[in-house]
Write a new protein. Structure first.
Lengths: 324, 324
């Protein structure tokens, strides 16, 4: 009798036990709002305030074992990273995040505790970005699939696009470079430490509010580094019709990355130059712009095309899906 | 030699032949903009104009063999339906669609022609809704997966939520009811006709602009019928703390549905009352509101809870994911 009672209590442990509306209720329960949340989850659509009659919007899809691994990252890590990735695109336009919409697909067998962890991570990252989850969708899927749409506000500033870099501009970055790639390399070889690089892979910390600050400083072009510095600045170079010249001596390689590189027999500069997933911001500014911390100059815009590191084409590009 | 040349020409036929950036280039090529598109696809994020410092946003995930079947619907049909489903949520708030963000995952083996068809369908439906595709994401996935986020504009009106229905209000609908369900039943039994109901399943035609009109007419609550009239009005009843009383004699069953019902031995009223996927709008209005065509009165709001048809609880709810 007692055992039977316990068995009943433990019946609701998976997503299919809870059902679609049970999962939604769980996600929505106690969800924080942001000042811009006019109507949050639970209606046909959300309503979000804008300050200047424009909204910035970006969408990303993440799939288990392609974008994250459950044995490398906790559910909370995945929530943090998914939201960080989405908001990073908003910051890269010179805007600040306001809202997140989360479409979520998973197998019915998935434990509810994983969903709870994911939601906790999404909410915590929203709090860091001063935004809120305002809507979503839940469906059955064979593989855990997330599609996140971030909304943002330009606060009256012009958007900073990929296409505005001018010859003579200064190239600067803000945020970490290479840390997540080093963490990925460590995890890929079966290690779990050093914890600093592993955590950088699990939970990036994009400098959300530096995007709007860069816009105020007069940034001419900007992007977030999701695929790697050379790959992402390559988009700026192409859209602006310029060449980006990076100087390796300005891309200072932190001691921790040198240490990990030595242990794994990898040149850590490779991580700094080609590693994505730290979601740093990279921007161009008119020559002579006084750049406050944490912005650091890494190069200059010149005539030509593509990206060069110390005058040479970097052999490796960023990540491309569908490549075998 | 000649054969070898032909083989080379035909090499780019799948998504992995084109690669991620090839697919994106294909999607973006010649994409129309809407008046509200300030920055469209190709940058870190899109920028969309709002008219009243608010944006309406909703997201949906669609997965092959759960939400659509490639043997029942063409790629173009899937594009039409996915966009229609997304914009229908915008209309249900009393807003008009402005923009669509499309996250797309698929296996590398998928034919590019399918992607082209999907994009053609999305674009055509955007044109019907006077909106535009402004951004997206492409990734590899085992199953074709779409996550669509629709944005919309309230044009200065208050949003029409689920929670505003008052006792004594008139309940009215606009758009088709039961047609997609009849089409689904026909396809499920291996038939391909009558084409009117099959096409209704393949390409719903939501009355996008009637949402804003309903708001102007003073609608107190509104939703779109995606899960079935009883299920969706159930959300209005719950959020408003009222009962919705429908009258079967006002839910006129079109001759075509009666004909199909007779052929399949199904009471066509079941399709009208429980069928989703036509994306009709259902709203409540203050008693005495003069409702223009194509709005038609189907019931009244009373004290109590839930939805009744001719005074009785309807046995069947809407679709729920994760149910076996």
């Amino acid at each position: 009798m007692h055992r039977r009672h316990r068995a009943r209590e433990s019946v609701i442990t998976t997503v299919s036990d809870a059902g679609e509306f049970g999962v939604i209720a769980r996600v929505v329960a106690g969800l924080e709002t942001a000042p811009s949340t006019l109507i949050g989850p639970g209606d046909d659509a959300a309503v979000v305030a804008t300050s200047d009659n424009r909204v910035v919007a970006s969408t990303d899809m993440l799939i288990e074992n392609r974008h994250f691994r459950r044995d490398w990252s906790t559910a909370e890590d995945v929530g943090h990273k998914a939201a960080a990735r989405a908001f990073s695109d908003i910051a890269a336009m010179g805007a600040t995040p306001t809202a997140l919409l989360v479409a979520f697909g998973c197998p019915g067998e998935l434990e509810l505790s994983w969903v709870d962890g994911l939601v906790a991570g999404l909410r915590a990252e929203c709090a860091s970005a001063e935004a809120a989850v305002v809507g979503g969708d839940v469906t059955a899927a064979e593989t855990i699939t997330l599609a996140l749409t971030a909304l943002g506000d330009l606060g009256g500033s012009a958007p900073v696009t990929l296409g505005g870099a001018k010859v003579g501009d200064t190239v600067a970055v803000c945020g970490r470079l290479g840390w997540a790639a080093a963490g990925f390399a460590v995890l890929g070889r079966g290690f779990r430490s050093p914890v600093q690089v592993v955590n950088a892979h699990r939970r990036p910390e994009p400098p959300y509010f530096e995007g709007q600050r860069a816009a105020a400083l007069g940034a001419t072009a900007m992007t977030d580094v999701s695929d790697g510095l050379v790959a992402d600045l390559g988009h700026v170079a192409a859209a602006s019709g310029v060449r980006i010249e990076l100087r390796a001596d300005l891309l200072d390689v932190p001691a921790k990355l040198r240490e990990v590189g030595a242990a794994l027999n990898v040149d850590p500069l490779v991580w700094v130059v080609t590693g994505g997933d730290d979601y740093a911001l990279a921007a161009t500014f008119p020559r002579g712009t006084e750049l406050p911390d944490p912005w650091r100059v890494v190069g200059v815009v010149s005539e030509g095309d593509g990206v060069r590191v110390d005058g040479r084409r970097w052999p490796q590009g960023g990540h491309e899906h569908f490549r075998s």
